[in-house]
Design a protein around this ligand. Structure first.
Ligand code: BYC
Length: 330
């Protein structure tokens, strides 16, 4: 059905009959659910869309370490600290698989970092919100990782092989992350009155930002139609947002917490929950750099890059020395 609207140059909509034989053959492979591999021919728009999405996804994993890293030294028990440390390390690993997948499309890691540090490349809006209490770490695992899984499980079937394969392992780890977050929420919600209040407050603050993770509503999504035609995306933003609400509302009930939206109720006719849209002005403002933590997050990444320069230089010098030595020996 999408083959009718495939853009091949990223600038316009091309009908199937307007495609070159190469483009048409490519689309037929996509339609037949064949994976596209790095060295194979692909339309330039397909390559660019993947580089944009995969690199932004990778950046989200790295920036996503910051709000949780903030609580490693303050985790309430040694066990919680070890779990959180492992989770934050996993996020670094996800970033690395994703940067590797993007590199197979002909962009270097340095270029991707440059795009992040200059503000050209985005990362997920959610990480521009602060983690104020320990309950926020529960809410991040439960809601943010929950939303990430909802988005990423279908991406295991995305058409680009290296991206799809990276997703398989990432999804396994994200499920553990989501469970640990829910477990923190269970403890808090069944604890003292003060702990319950913290859990409710964390849900209140993270609910709408989590809904925003799925991207703008379908009518405002710039890339969805083309990305779905190429099976880079498998679902629309609104479809996944609906699934997330349907999964999460019963979980909140189980915790004895209230989703901060009076419009939330089961709609028998549509077979899903009704719910209020997030404040899209806030979403676009966060994307434009005006969220509560945008400047701090980006600065932390720039500082990490600058602070690691001596180490990268050392590695390069050592690699050059080893190369010279092995050439002399040969
Ligand atoms: N935040 O046309 P649309 C995680 C941008 S974190 C910021 O619908 P698309 C985790 C979008 O990039 C989750 N920007 O775009 C890590 C586009 O701008 P550009 C990360 C957003 O790409 C640590 C514009 O808005 N997951 O896993 O078709 C701890 C128009 O949007 C957002 C991924 O990245 C946003 N929320 O759909 C815990 C998954 N939404 O690029 C968890 C892979 C939209 O033209 N990515 N924008 O300047 C995707 O599935 C898609 O890229 C999106 C957006 C659904 C996010």
């Amino acid at each position: 059905m999408y083959a009718q609207i495939v853009k091949t140059d990223g600038t316009g909509v091309k009908a199937l009959e307007e495609m070159t034989p190469e483009e048409r053959a490519f689309q037929e492979r996509i339609d037949a659910d064949q994976k596209i591999e790095p060295k194979e021919w692909m339309p330039e728009g397909y390559r660019k869309t993947l580089v944009r999405q995969i690199s932004q996804h990778a950046h989200s994993e790295l920036v996503g370490q910051l709000p949780e890293g903030n609580w490693i030294t303050r985790a309430p028990t040694l066990e919680r600290k070890a779990i959180l440390l492992a989770k934050v390390q996993d996020e670094a690993g996800h970033g690395l698989y994703l940067y590797c997948a993007a590199e197979t499309l002909g962009i270097s890691r340095d270029e991707m970092f440059e795009q992040l540090h200059s503000g050209k490349a985005k990362y997920s809006s959610i990480f521009n919100y602060p983690t104020l209490t320990w309950a926020d770490i529960g809410a991040v695992g439960w809601l943010v990782d929950g939303a990430a899984i909802m988005n990423q499980v279908p991406l295991q079937r995305t058409s680009y092989g290296p991206y799809a394969r990276a997703m398989v392992r990432i999804c396994k780890e994200e499920s553990f992350h989501q469970r640990q977050g829910f477990h923190i929420m269970m403890k808090m919600a069944s604890g003292s009155e003060a702990q319950k209040r913290m859990a409710q407050d964390a849900l209140n603050r993270f609910w709408y930002p989590s809904l925003m993770m799925f991207g703008p509503s379908d009518k405002d999504s710039v890339h969805s139609a083309q990305s779905m035609a190429w099976k880079i995306k498998i679902n629309t933003n609104d479809e996944l947002r609906q699934k997330f609400v349907d999964q999460t509302v019963p979980q909140a009930k189980y915790l004895g917490l209230t989703v901060p939206d009076e419009a939330v109720q089961w709609n028998e006719e549509k077979g899903g929950h009704d719910f209020s849209e997030p404040d899209w002005d806030e979403f676009f403002s966060v994307l434009a750099g005006n969220g509560p933590c945008n400047k701090e997050r980006l600065q932390a990444r720039v500082d990490a890059w600058d602070g690691g320069e001596w180490f990268r230089d050392g590695l390069m010098a050592n690699a050059a020395k080893n190369k010279n030595t092995s050439e002399e020996a040969a």
